[in-house]
Design a protein around this ligand. Sequence first.
Ligand SMILES: [Zn+2]
Length: 337
Amino acid sequence: MPDYEKYMTRCLQLAQLGEYYVAPNPMVGAVLVAADGTIISEGWHRRFGGPHAEVNCLNSESANRLIAESHTPTTLFVSLEPCSHFGKTPPCADLIVSKKDELRIERVVIGSLDPNPLVAGRGVKRLKEAGIDVITGVLEKECRHLNRRFLCLQEKHRPYIILKWAQTADGYIGSTDRRVVISNPLTKQIVHKMRAENMAIMVGTNTALTDNPKLLCTHWAGRNPVRILLDRQSRVPQNSNIFSEDAPTIVYRDNTQWQFILSDLADRAIHSVLVEGGATVLKHILETGIFDEVHIEVNPKISLHSGIKAPDCRHGFGSLFEDEEIDGNFLYTYHNY
Ligand SMILES: [Zn+2]
């Protein structure tokens, strides 16, 4: 009997290869394993709208060639429940059933169930009805963590919210009269990686006016996120960098409520938002309590003594998940779930 967690770990590695290309779809990996533990075939969801992991795994040449040489039953591992509905592609559960005899699939091992109301257990049901043994929940926590953005949109009908800022040793995110560089080149690159990992990036009026940022993903390979501007009094001029043609920009004006913004973004199938400031926006969101992660960068070598105060722990960041040092700066990650 193959080691379930070992092969599910491989599924997760494969799934991650789709990281910057599949949103708002989930990242999924699949492996077909012979009874002696040999991996016969692998597949993953490579790009949005493209074939799912199971299709890439089961239709591969190696699967069909190696299975002809083998005479043992096989187990299919997949990190997310196979779909049972017609989306951009036909249902994977049907494909598995149709390939069951040819590829001798006797068991399907699943990481996490798909909460999409169009699937939600129906993929498992379809497989069981066809006489396939189904095991669920293998490395479920890891599988859910990988797709936490997708799962948040499906389960809570809102995007996954990540708050991020950089602060000085004495707790300021900036000066009121001059530009202060708190990040270093490496942490700046990490911010661009985070931009690539999320579908949208959000800033408020003051950040757009003071920094005039383009908010693009220039120091990391990946798509530019959609830009979201909270500009309640329409103070940001149309010729600002945030309205450049490099990426779409959504503007919320008036006194739009946070809950309304979240549900509107969910309707647009945006599964994740990186909030980059400024202080007013960050503090407001922290007060609502509706956010999922907080990333704080601290530069221990800079003190300002006055300026724009960073949010502090009285706002409640959640629990510390990770802390690391990058080239002299400290990065703290909190999870609020
Ligand atoms: Zn599928």
